[in-house]
Design a protein. Structure first.
Length: 141
């Protein structure tokens, strides 16, 4: 069992902003990622999605709910903060992150990146796939 967990942790550490502490915490707290229907459900369980506000078909996501696993949410936000700090220092290579930083405040971008990381982690655990870096992948024509 330990060998499988170590391999899973190494796979998760390929995700930007995820280190050994975050990988081991996720594996300890989430025994089976397939219990969640989607990556959004997993991010909501962690507490990284906006509370829904809407009337009559107009949907507006609000602030993050902060409900869910406080320790895992804190770790993901700290990992996102460290990754963003490094990206800003060396030049942001991810176009999604660059555009988000241009139009949103730093801390909002940090939480959005943490939520995206949570969704990526869910997809990797639920589907058993390795991380694919979108910045190095060729653009689909």
């Amino acid at each position: 069992m330990a060998g499988r967990c170590d391999q899973e942790a190494r796979r998760l550490m390929a995700v930007p902003g995820v280190g050994p502490i975050i990988a081991s915490a996720v594996l300890a707290k989430v025994p089976d990622a397939r219990l969640f229907r989607s990556g959004r459900d997993f991010a909501a369980w962690v507490g990284l999605t906006g509370r829904d506000h809407g009337t009559g078909g107009k949907h507006r996501p609000g602030r993050i709910s902060k409900q869910g696993d406080r320790a895992l949410r804190t770790l993901l936000i700290n990992g996102a903060s460290a990754h963003l700090r490094q990206q800003k220092r060396h030049g942001v290579s991810d176009p999604w992150l660059r555009e988000l930083l241009a139009r949103r405040p730093y801390k909002v971008t940090m939480v959005a990146f943490a939520a995206k990381t949570a969704r990526i982690i869910w997809a990797m655990l639920a589907k058993g796939e390795d991380y694919r870096d979108r910045t190095s992948a060729p653009a689909a024509a």
